[in-house]
Design a protein around this ligand. Structure first.
Ligand code: A3D
Length: 314
């Protein structure tokens, strides 16, 4: 039987992109092609990663390039290309600049990989998923935003540290947009099946929820230059694993909703089943009026970004 090698392209060879490439190759998930606009950067990082392969015991091919032809035939394309917010740049400037970058890279990449599944990482995340949907023309099942996996992992890490238990036994449930408008649901978060509110006081839960919401900013404040990339890259790797191995993991991801949770036509983070064809099913759970209101606020902030993008391109 012919051996079918799987291929993942990572667009953007910066901190998240290069680390995601490393995680994917070293987990033996797929061959990896890393592409960036900067000449030499993806080639240098790919060569460095390839030289670690004998020590890391894998045989994945890792290629760095500036040419989209080299990305052809990818099963999954991870989009991390973008700019960081510079001093003096407004949030809207960043939104429009990154939307332009995401549209351009997605258009080029999907020409060479028309059957691929896109994982979007560039911020502002939910709006960039909209930009990628428009640029690719792909159905919502194949354009998925990475945010909830990271937010859930942060929440799990804080809960595990606080209770002095293994994070393997902690599962966390997060809805909504990435960042300030994230909606963690403690009553659906458990430690070995025990609901979190049975193990932790409400005030402490609220502190950990707040720390999770501002988890990205906490790391930016410590690093001073740049933002988090180890946990974001791990989150990407888990999504790639679930897709390539058809694991059907239930993960919180950003996807275009068609009426689920009472939201239509907006990208919002929800739990879904991630398998070989991408989003296989959105899982809906009953929400309290407060949770529902928080989710609507989150969806409303995504709507504002979409309007800014559309007004700018009108
Ligand atoms: P960084 O290390 O700056 O890497 C970005 C890379 O994109 C650089 O190497 C650029 O050269 C490259 N790039 C820019 N324009 C293009 C283009 N047109 N084509 C190809 N490559 C291009 O940033 P990073 O890796 O730390 O972060 C990347 C993005 O992910 C940013 O938008 C972050 O805000 C975002 N991010 C999102 C999360 C979420 O949880 C959603 C987490 C971490 C980072």
């Amino acid at each position: 039987m012919p051996v079918c090698r799987r291929k993942v392209t990572v667009i953007g060879a910066g901190n998240v992109g290069a680390t995601a490439a490393q995680r994917i190759a070293e987990a033996g998930l797929a061959d990896v092609c890393v592409i960036d606009v900067i000449e030499g950067l993806p080639q240098g990082k790919a060569l460095d990663l390839a030289e670690a392969a004998p020590l890391q015991h894998h045989d994945q091919v890792i290629v760095g390039t500036n040419d989209y032809a080299d990305t052809a035939g990818s099963d999954v394309i991870v989009v991390t290309a973008g700019l960081a917010r510079q001093p003096g740049m407004s949030r809207d400037d960043l939104l429009l600049r990154n939307a332009g970058i995401v549209r351009a890279v997605v258009k080029q990449a999907v020409q060479y990989s028309p059957d691929s599944i896109l994982i979007i990482v560039t911020n502002p995340l939910d709006a960039m998923v909209h930009a990628a949907l428009e640029a690719s023309g792909f159905p919502r099942e194949r354009v998925i935003g990475m945010a909830g996996v990271l937010d859930s992992s942060r929440f799990r890490a804080f809960i595990a540290q606080d209770l002095g238990v293994s994070s393997a036994d902690v599962s966390a449930f997060v809805l909504g947009g990435h960042g300030d408008t994230m909606v963690p649901l403690p009553r659906y978060s458990t430690v070995a099946g025990i609901p979190l509110p049975e193990l932790m006081k409400p005030e402490r839960i609220e502190e950990l929820v707040q720390r999770t919401r501002t988890g990205g900013a906490e790391i930016v404040a410590l690093l001073k230059a740049g933002s988090a990339f180890y946990a974001p890259a791990s989150s990407v790797m888990h999504m790639v694993d679930s897709i390539l191995n058809d694991r059907k993991r239930v993960l919180a991801c950003a996807v275009l909703l068609h009426g689920e949770y009472g939201i239509d036509g907006l990208v919002v983070g929800v739990p879904l089943v991630l398998g070989a064809s991408g989003v296989e099913r959105v899982i809906e759970v009953a929400l309290t009026p407060e949770e529902k209101a928080a989710l609507m606020t989150s969806a409303g902030s995504v709507r504002g970004l979409i309007e800014t993008m559309h007004n700018a391109s009108a």
